[in-house]
Write a protein that binds this ligand. Structure first.
Ligand code: X8Z
Ligand code: ZN
Length: 620
């Protein structure tokens, strides 16, 4: 373990320790409306019976109102209409009215003083407190406006029509999948630039709404004494904004040497591919196969992941995903999953609009699980399907009587993102692909190139976007209340600094490029979840390979292994009933540490250094 890794482990331990202190300290000094101490002093400490009674009632009400809200949200996402948007606001308002009501807040303030609470009770009260902080009934007008603007922003984002004008062609409407497909395949820079610019046309339509959301989200959080909305979201990990940023910067620093090598190699490859006269230091954004440069598939010659799926249907991909989980011992998906999900792409001229970003839903916190996707038969969707099914199997695993509805959630949000991506990693390894016939037995791919492709589509390229551009921008957006005339400039400043990417031309403040990323609008101040998920999933993967399978982390095969299934189920079925630091430690024997992830990609370093010999490697 080198110093950097030790440092990260140290910081993380500190953070984890801090998380625990924060968690335990919550009763006395957590965010609360100002009159809390007054209320507490006037009453004797509540009894255990009071807590049980409150939690029973709360869990029942919460589940019912959640189901109403989630069902209405689902409808508003699969069929974007004004009426569905209105129904979404009404149902979500009902949930907010309850979880953030003055009465619930007062009761929570009392009950959190009760003595002899067990961990399950403490964690439920803590969760209820967090929910109240998200929708404080002490600021009803702000909460109402917030729910309205959130629904409107989502509708605006997904009813946008992308009109593409390729050089020498008539304008035509295209789907996001079509934009992505051209960015993956086209070798014509003029065409690529037209597609990239088309993909950013949705940004300006979202700018005013985003300004409202910035103000409203911060107002809600500050009302509950958090530093900002960003701080409120970090508190879910038991961390402050500053601690989260420290973790992000440590992850970036740990990955930076390898990323710089990879970046250098890629900019030379792409310059040759596009016959560019020079190799630019910052990679032009439209050279890359992803709208935000968050993953770079298709750069390594000789590895054609999409080719493996050319002859299968989108439905086969989802069924194969289910077979993977079933082979580990998980049950078949409920029939209602197939009946109620919305899984396939709509044509650009369809008579309804839907959210085209993949998601998984736990409608009733029980067996009603659904996924919203636009699956095509390509490798990106192959991965996404495994990712979404990870959420679904997590939902199903903790939907059991021992886990109260309030704690039917991941150990933390990063854990929830980690499971499916772990299975995505496992389902992309050669022995499994050979076993199911996606890769011929005699097709022995070059191991370095295979790993190179994994680096380009996994955390080496993703972390600079997730920890760097996204999280730093959202941090500033909320913590500094970044003024709207600095949004785009700050975005591209971070993209240059962390990802080494530049826009094809100056992008002034008439554009709103951050808003083109769905999470900025509808999953706000949480993108670091995905970065943390990569750290966790590599820890789980290393444990599984070394302790359960005795196989190489680069060429393992989970398929059909019940022991792996039992191991995962033990993590999933706990839901949010356990402290995540302890759960991780018990599951892997170590605290949160990037060492498993960095070790996985270590073999690439020497190869890249050799390729880049004589080149000026850094990009700053
Ligand atoms: O949003 C997602 C999932 C849904 S939770 C498809 N992901 C991030 C993204 O697309 O930007 C998965 C990886 C990162
Ligand atoms: Zn996810």
């Amino acid at each position: 373990m080198d110093i950097r890794r030790l440092a990260l482990a140290g910081v993380v331990l500190l953070v984890a320790g801090g998380a625990l202190i924060l968690l335990l300290g919550r009763k006395d000094d957590a965010a609360a409306p100002g009159d809390r101490h007054q209320v507490a002093a006037d009453h004797p400490p509540p009894s255990k019976g009071d807590v049980t009674e409150f939690l029973d009632d709360y869990n029942d009400a919460y589940r019912e109102l959640w189901t109403g809200s989630e069902g209405a949200k689902w409808q508003a996402n699969v069929d974007i209409t004004e009426a569905n948007s209105k129904a979404e606001v009404t149902a979500t308002q009902a949930l907010a009215d309850y979880v953030g009501s003055r009465e619930v807040i007062d009761q929570l303030q009392q009950l959190r003083r009760a003595e002899d609470l067990n961990e399950l009770e403490e964690r439920q009260l803590e969760r209820a407190w967090q929910l109240a902080a998200n929708y404080p009934g002490t600021a009803p007008a702000t909460v109402r406006k917030l729910l309205q603007f959130e629904a409107a922003q989502n509708a605006m984002l997904y009813s946008h029509r992308f009109v593409l004008t390729l050089p020498g062609q008539e304008p035509r409407e295209v789907t996001p999948n079509e934009l992505d497909e051209i960015l993956l395949a086209s070798r014509d820079l003029r065409e690529r630039r037209a597609v990239w610019e088309c993909s950013k046309t949705v940004g300006p339509t979202l700018k005013d709404g985003l300004a409202e959301l910035q103000t409203l989200r911060n107002a809600v959080a500050v009302k509950m004494d958090f530093s900002s909305f960003f701080g409120l979201q970090c508190a879910d990990y038991g961390m402050t904004s500053a601690e989260m940023m420290l973790l992000m910067d440590d992850l970036l620093e740990g990955m930076r040497p390898l990323y710089e090598q990879l970046h250098c190699w890629v900019r030379h490859e792409l310059a040759a591919r596009y016959n560019a006269p020079d190799v630019p230091r910052l990679i032009p954004a439209h050279w890359l196969p992803n709208r935000w440069g968050q993953e770079w598939p298709g750069v390594v010659d000789g590895i054609d992941m999409d080719g493996m799926l050319r002859d299968v249907s989108p439905q086969w991909i989802i069924e194969q995903g289910e077979r993977f989980y079933m082979s580990l011992g998980f049950e078949a998906l409920p029939l209602t999953f197939w009946g109620r999900s919305d899984l396939y792409e709509l044509p650009a001229d369809a008579n309804r609009r839907k959210n085209t970003h993949a998601s998984a839903w736990h409608i009733d916190l029980d067996q009603d699980v659904r996924s919203l996707m636009s699956v095509r038969n390509d490798f990106r969707w192959f991965g996404t399907v495994h990712h979404e099914l990870g959420h679904i199997y997590y939902y199903l695993s903790y939907a059991r009587p021992e886990v109260p509805p309030l704690l039917r959630r991941g150990a933390n949000r990063g854990f929830h993102e980690a499971i499916g991506t772990l299975i995505e990693l496992a389902s992309s390894q050669v022995p499994y692909l050979q076993e199911i016939g996606m890769l011929r037995e005699d097709d022995a791919p070059d191991q370095v190139r295979w790993l190179l492709n994994e680096a380009l589509t996994g955390p080496v390229v993703f972390l600079p976007f997730a920890c760097g551009t996204m999280t730093h921008w959202e941090h500033d957006f909320y913590e500094e209340e970044l003024p709207r005339h600095q949004w785009n400039v700050r975005w591209w400043q971070y993209a240059a600094e962390h990802q080494g990417i530049a826009p094809p031309s100056q992008r002034g403040e008439d554009y709103c490029d951050p808003a083109t990323k769905t999470h900025i609008n509808d999953d706000p101040a949480q993108y670091y979840d995905y970065a943390i998920s990569y750290v966790i999933l590599h820890q789980l993967h290393r444990y599984i390979c070394e302790q359960l399978l005795q196989q190489d982390v680069h060429a393992a095969n989970y398929y059909g292994n019940a022991q792996v299934g039992i191991y995962l189920e033990s993590i999933l079925s706990a839901g949010g009933t356990r402290d995540w630091n302890r759960l991780l430690y018990e599951a892997t024997g170590e605290p949160l540490t990037a060492s498993a992830m960095l070790d996985y990609y270590e073999p690439l370093m020497a190869w890249l250094q050799e390729q880049n010999a004589g080149r000026d490697v850094g990009f700053q």
